[in-house]
Design a protein around this ligand. Structure first.
Ligand code: HGY
Ligand code: MN
Ligand code: MN
Length: 402
């Protein structure tokens, strides 16, 4: 597992040692093809569906109701080596172990690579699992246009990843995703394992302020329609909204792109994004309402116009307590410290929870860092997570979820 994580990390490696395998770019495909070659070397049956999701299956006694693991291998622009990859390569390791042992499970075992989990090039994020779970039609997904002007369909065709398997044609018996926590909770509680009980709701909004480009020297301050000033005020307002809503509310302005982006020109237009998240749906709605009000006030005061686009809106998700209990019990049996928590990050599991019993196994992230080349989890913790996942699969295969 560690060797494979290290070799995958070479694909799309950035100058400061991070990973850049943005969805359906050549690096993402090269990474996929490497993992698919490992799946085939393991003797697994590999299928690709119509949104490019990859499924490697080890046949069990009862066909067509697999216990599924998996995650993603696409990354953000300068991410780490574990986000997503750990869940895919860890799941593959478990299938290889079963294959070598010759043990025939009741259920098919499957490990998946979901397309475009990160959502940085094509929105929404978790797209492959969303389509698989029936949350978006294949047509709508194929027609999504990327930030660089290509449709998903174009890029699936160009990269040869448009498969024929009908999305969602197999409903898993259960889905368990192995993932790094990407936050500070497990480390702060000295826990080696996280039994994940849910994922917070996500709201992504694209905001375009339209003012008036003008000369930086000649334009009196009272006559300006400064889109950058409007955007800066909204950026500060996002932080204020998190304070008004209180603990558990997070807000991020990740993109701010002024036009014409020149030192001596008052920006006429700014595109920016706002990412709001909360595990409590009512509070998330309140945060969205406050955002809308703030945008209105800013436009009135600065005499700019605005266009907004809802890029993502996913409600909070609760996972299957029976599975998180199994994860916690196995951790106790192995003498590992386990914390039950909700996930701050979005995951494919939050989509799979729409169609089957689902949960996640977390391992700690050093200093809570992720979406950053400094993302790190010790080999010892990665091994613990893999063992807990393996044991959880063993138990679920006894039809504990019937
Ligand atoms: O945005 C997220 O939480 C995930 O990394 N796509
Ligand atoms: Mn991830
Ligand atoms: Mn991520």
């Amino acid at each position: 597992m560690h060797e494979r994580i290290a070799s995958l990390a070479h694909i799309g490696k950035t100058s400061d040692g991070g990973s850049r395998r943005i969805a359906l770019t050549d690096d993402d495909i090269a990474g996929r093809n490497l993992v698919i070659s490992w799946m085939k070397d393991t003797g697994l049956d590999v299928q690709v569906d119509q949104i490019g999701n990859v499924f490697a299956t080890l046949k069990g006694e009862v066909e067509g109701s697999p216990i599924m693991m998996g995650s993603h291998i696409d990354t953000v622009g300068n991410g780490g080596h574990l986000d997503g990859s750990y869940g895919v390569i860890g799941g593959l390791e478990i299938l290889a172990a079963y294959k070598e042992s010759g043990k025939i499970n009741k259920h098919d075992l499957c490990v998946a690579i979901f397309t475009n989990e990160e959502g940085v090039r094509f929105q929404p994020d978790m797209l492959g699992s969303l389509v698989y779970a029936g949350g978006m039609s294949l047509d709508d997904a194929h027609n999504i246009i990327s930030t660089d002007g290509k449709t998903i369909y174009d890029e699936l065709t160009r990269t040869g990843t448009l498969g024929s398997m009908v999305c969602g044609s197999i409903t898993p018996y259960a889905f368990i995703e192995l993932h790094i926590e990407q936050g500070p909770v497990l480390e702060s509680k000295n826990s080696q394992i996280g039994a994940v009980e849910g994922v917070q709701g996500i709201s992504w909004t694209g905001v375009t302020f339209k003012g008036q480009s003008n000369h930086a020297g000649t334009t009196p301050m009272n006559l300006r329609k400064d889109a950058a000033y409007a955007a800066s005020q909204l950026s500060v307002a996002v932080r204020e909204i998190t304070k008004i809503i209180g603990s558990g509310q997070v807000g991020t302005v990740g993109v701010i792109s002024p036009k014409p982006n020149l030192i001596n020109v008052v920006p006429g237009e700014v595109y920016m994004t706002v990412d709001l998240r909360n595990i409590d749906e009512k509070k998330l709605k309140k945060a969205e309402d406050l955002l809308k009000q703030k945008i209105k006030h800013i436009c009135l005061a600065e005499k700019v116009n605005v266009e907004t686009e809802q890029l993502v809106r996913f409600k909070p998700v609760n996972f299957d307590k029976r599975i998180s209990n199994i994860i916690a019990n196995i951790s106790d049996e192995k003498g590992l410290q386990c914390t039950r928590l909700n996930s701050g990050a979005g995951h494919d599991a939050q989509m799979m929870a729409r169609i089957c019993p689902t949960s996640m196994v977390f391992v700690p992230s050093k200093d809570g860092i992720s979406h950053n080349p400094r993302e790190y989890t010790s080999k010892e913790h990665l091994n613990y997570g893999l063992q807990i996942l393996y044991e959880t699969i063993n138990r679920i295969d006894l039809n504990l979820l019937d």
